[in-house]
Design a protein around this ligand. Structure first.
Ligand code: SF4
Length: 109
């Protein structure tokens, strides 16, 4: 039962994100979080955003497609924060369902 509820709420939240991205929400895709300082600065802003989903998507530079940076494709599915079976981003400051082909500038391998 708990698993079913979790799946439903993940699906709803994933759909909410998909709709926001498809509606043309402009997110901060670049610069990518290449350095420790850049990552810390993005993380600090995400913490300030709290539960504001739209702000979090903007700050993290979410896209509904893979972004290539420095010759490397950066989809969620190859990111260290991606939970394959749940299609979920477990980075604490994001903590949200995603799709394997989505991407954000906090991508890490
Ligand atoms: S941190 Fe990784 S898994 Fe999470 S949204 Fe960004 S690219 Fe996807």
């Amino acid at each position: 039962m708990a698993i079913a509820l979790e799946t439903t709420s993940d699906d709803q939240r994933r759909e909410e994100i998909r709709t926001l991205l498809a509606s043309g929400l402009e997110t901060e895709v670049f610069p990518r979080g290449d350095s420790h300082d850049e990552v810390q600065s993005i993380i600090a802003r995400l913490k300030q955003a709290g539960d504001d989903l739209k702000a979090k998507l903007v700050i993290a530079g979410f896209t509904d497609h893979t972004v290539e940076h420095g010759g490397i494709e950066q989809p969620c599915e190859t990111c260290m924060y991606y939970l394959v079976h749940r299609r979920y981003c477990e980075l604490p400051e994001l903590d949200c369902p995603v799709e394997p082909e989505w991407s954000c500038r906090l991508w890490r391998i």
